[in-house]
Write a protein that binds this ligand. Structure first.
Ligand SMILES: O=C(O)CCC(=O)C(=O)O
Ligand SMILES: [Fe+2]
Length: 285
């Protein structure tokens, strides 16, 4: 080793230091590691209320700049191993139409999506994204905000924490997330242009699929219900994607949009479905 470089303790220095939760999260503004602090309790109640009212909440500057840079660098390094996931799909994430239903039924409104998926098994042991995901303070904060006590890590080989990358021309079409009662994303690097996260809150409920309204959102006839959710680098977003149609508008420019996506469960030992892993990550069954 070059003597001149000795003593440089920065996290970017050959990953010499192990990442720890407290080096990743901006614990100054978000003292989430201290369960007994009044500040933490205030954060929980503020974001819980936002989530209840808007079906999403976002926590700006949640990640320290050095960790964010390391995440962006990691995603760029792994980009060549990503699965290029292109599909024409409906908002229920199905790729085939239903001939028994009319053309204007949401089940038959097909739209194009393309994203680049970096699955969990590609992340190195000292990955900042992985360390963030497994930090109990993060999981416990999310559990308190979404109100599902307690939460558990997902134990699938591919699903727990991913980078989803969007290059020039990529987009995610209107969809509902399946299964999970909430979705957690972290903006690692926004696009130069486009790549806006748009959401039409409460488009359906467990009791009512609300097909007429869903079709209007898909066809651009209910734009007054669509909100653009701002996403700066380092912003953590929690949203109820299962009941609210959402999409990412087309990305333009040379800067890759990099998003961290995390899956938590309300029971221990949950693994993903092989068919889902095949379509999302290109993993052969
Ligand atoms: O990239 C985003 O902002 C949202 C991605 C998304 O729809 C999801 O993770 O379910
Ligand atoms: Fe989604």
């Amino acid at each position: 080793m070059d003597d001149n470089n000795m003593g440089d303790n920065s996290m970017s220095d050959n990953n010499a230091e192990m990442w720890q939760g407290q080096n990743i999260v901006n614990c100054h503004d978000y003292p989430i590691h201290d369960n007994s602090s009044a500040e933490r309790a205030a954060l929980v109640s503020r974001y819980r209320q936002q989530l209840d009212e808007n079906l999403y909440c976002s926590l700006p500057n949640f990640i320290r700049p050095a960790a964010l840079q390391a995440m962006a660098a990691e995603a760029k390094t792994l980009r060549s191993k990503a699965y290029d996931n292109r599909s024409r799909r409906n908002c229920y994430l199905q790729r085939s139409e239903d001939a028994s239903l009319p053309d204007n039924h949401p089940r038959n409104i097909m739209q194009d999506a393309s994203t680049r998926m970096i699955a969990y098994h590609l992340l190195p042991q000292n990955s900042p994204l992985k360390t963030f995901y497994h930090w109990p303070a993060v999981r416990e904060l999310l559990a308190d905000i979404v109100g599902n006590q307690p939460l558990y890590d997902n134990e699938d080989l591919y699903q727990p924490a991913n980078y989803v990358c969007y290059n020039d021309g990529d987009q995610s079409s209107w969809h509902f997330d399946s299964d999970n009662a909430f979705t957690v994303t972290l903006m690692v690097q926004p696009a130069e242009r486009g790549g806006n996260f748009e959401l039409s809150a409460n488009t359906r409920s467990d009791a009512d699929q609300n097909y007429d309204h869903v079709a209007k959102v898909l066809l651009g006839e209910a734009d007054d219900t669509v909100q653009a959710v701002g996403r700066e680098a380092g912003e953590l977003c929690i949203f109820r994607g299962c009941h609210s149609l959402h999409r990412v508008s087309q990305v333009a420019g040379d800067t890759m949009r990099i998003m961290g996506v995390f899956v938590y469960e309300s029971a221990p030992g949950v693994v993903g479905n092989a068919e889902v892993n095949e379509t999302v990550y290109g993993i052969a069954r």
